[in-house]
Design a binder for this molecule. Structure first.
Ligand SMILES: Cc1ncc(COP(=O)(O)O)c(C=O)c1O
Length: 427
């Protein structure tokens, strides 16, 4: 049993070890949650989502920048309850496909607060965005300008008036992060190169049905230093004088204690505001698009240990894995784990999933308290890109999402059933 019971920053703000040494999230005992809702399960401290959204908005106000907007990157946690919560907090929503746009509208985001992204938007997606007259379409490439030009000339769409758009550029600014989530380098699949940006801007300005509002960039994700954001703002500011500047997302979060701590939300926002002011954008609209930093640390995943064996390493296998958290397998993302009612311990082990791939390892170097079959394992910081990237590999139903607040728990996404697995089959 642990002697030090302080929780890592990776855990939700609204979490603690209770008198029985059990993890509580949003006032709910995780051992009881596992019993009631089963495992695997994503457990979300609902108030954490709210607190982080408010921190972003407040930081904009405190930074003295009146026209500052926070756009939730819905790809991070696309479920109705999360979207509705952020819509109620007054955030905007970043949708990167027709499906995400549908979910955003369905969750109550006003169309004028939706930003449509994508490096390969289909005609149908563009048409949908135009029809709903979303706040901004972020144009990624010359083909898309041509496609939009044709669409905004069509009768019913032309009657709606000019569609506000941004031009996305890749500013050749690299933050320190995994190459698979780095997007701001010159050789990127996202946006126009800086060399092409002036021509793209001029071309968009020629289209009657488009109203160019400004530029956008997103340099990457899980960034733990603020300097790349400052460099990004300086690069963008050289592109001209526009009313809107969208800096993208990317603020990193705490996954493991060994990593550097991420800058607090307030510092991140104030660095962006300061950089904008230093580059002559004080009177302009500023937008940021956080995903991970709004929701990763608000949630934990609960698993149950199914087997423990010694094959050179001590292998602790749980009832989930790459079907509920793909990030470790996709790009080596690191997580930490604990036995939910026995934090601490000294058993070095590999926390493995149940899937038919050797790479299905959730935590390569876990240290747990003598894990045994039946134990509930918790991995924190799974609120971003977990549920979002979940799959049915090996016929595993996707887990529920459980919101916890002040000791009450409610299912906001139900667990899939075996029947759901066959629901799309046409026989
Ligand atoms: C355009 C855009 N904006 C925002 C985000 C959110 O990034 P993060 O979750 O790192 O904040 C992404 C992530 O891929 C993105 O592509």
């Amino acid at each position: 049993m642990a002697t030090d019971t302080s929780l890592s920053l990776a855990f939700p703000l609204a979490s603690r070890l209770n008198e029985r040494g059990r993890l509580e999230v949003g006032g709910c005992d995780t051992i009881e949650l596992a019993r009631e809702f089963g495992t695997p399960a994503y457990v979300v401290a609902e108030d954490d989502l709210r607190a982080r959204a408010r921190a972003f908005v407040q930081a904009g106000r405190d930074g003295g920048h009146g026209d500052f907007h926070v756009v939730f990157a819905s790809k991070a946690f696309p479920c109705a309850a999360v979207l509705e919560l952020f819509a109620r907090e007054g955030l905007w929503c970043d949708a990167a496909s027709g499906g995400e746009l549908h979910l955003a509208l369905r969750a109550g985001f006003a169309p004028e607060r939706i930003v449509l992204h994508g490096n390969a938007k289909s005609e149908a997606e563009l048409r949908m965005a135009l029809r709903h007259r979303v706040g901004l379409i972020v144009i990624d490439n010359f083909d898309e300008i041509g496609r939009l030009e044709r669409l905004v000339g069509e009768g019913a769409l032309a009657d709606l008036g000019p569609q506000p758009v941004l031009v996305r550029v890749t500013p050749d600014v690299r933050g320190e992060t995994h190459e698979k989530i780095s997007t701001g380098q010159a050789d990127s699949k996202f946006g126009f190169s800086m060399a092409d940006a002036p021509a793209a801007i001029a071309r968009v300005q020629e289209v009657d049905g488009l109203s160019l509002q400004g530029v956008h960039a997103h340099i990457g994700s899980q960034l733990l230093s603020l300097d790349p954001f400052r460099r990004e703002v300086a690069e963008l500011a050289g592109l001209g004088d526009f009313p809107v500047w969208d800096i993208g997302g990317g603020l990193g979060v705490q996954y493991v204690d060994e990593q550097p701590s991420p800058p607090p939300i307030e510092e991140y926002v104030s660095a962006i505001v300061a950089a904008a002011h230093a580059n002559g954008l004080a009177e302009r609209r500023l937008m940021v698009e956080p995903g991970r930093s709004l929701c990763a640390n608000a949630a934990v995943t609960l698993y149950t240990v199914e087997s423990v064996k010694q094959n050179v390493s001590r292998w602790v296998a749980v009832d989930g894995g790459m079907s509920d958290n793909l990030r470790p397998m996709l790009y080596g993302a690191v997580y930490q784990a604990q036995v939910a009612d026995r934090f601490g311990g000294s058993t070095r082990c590999v926390l493995a999933g149940k899937h038919c791939e050797s790479g299905d390892v959730i935590v390569r170097e876990a240290v747990l308290d003598d894990p045994r079959p039946g134990d509930v394992i918790v991995t924190p910081a799974t609120g971003a890109y977990g549920h979002a990237m979940a799959s049915n590999y090996n016929g595993v139903p996707r887990p529920p999402v459980v919101f916890c607040r002040d000791g009450d728990a409610r299912v906001v996404v139900r667990r899939e059933s075996f029947e759901d697995l066959a629901a799309r089959d046409v026989v």
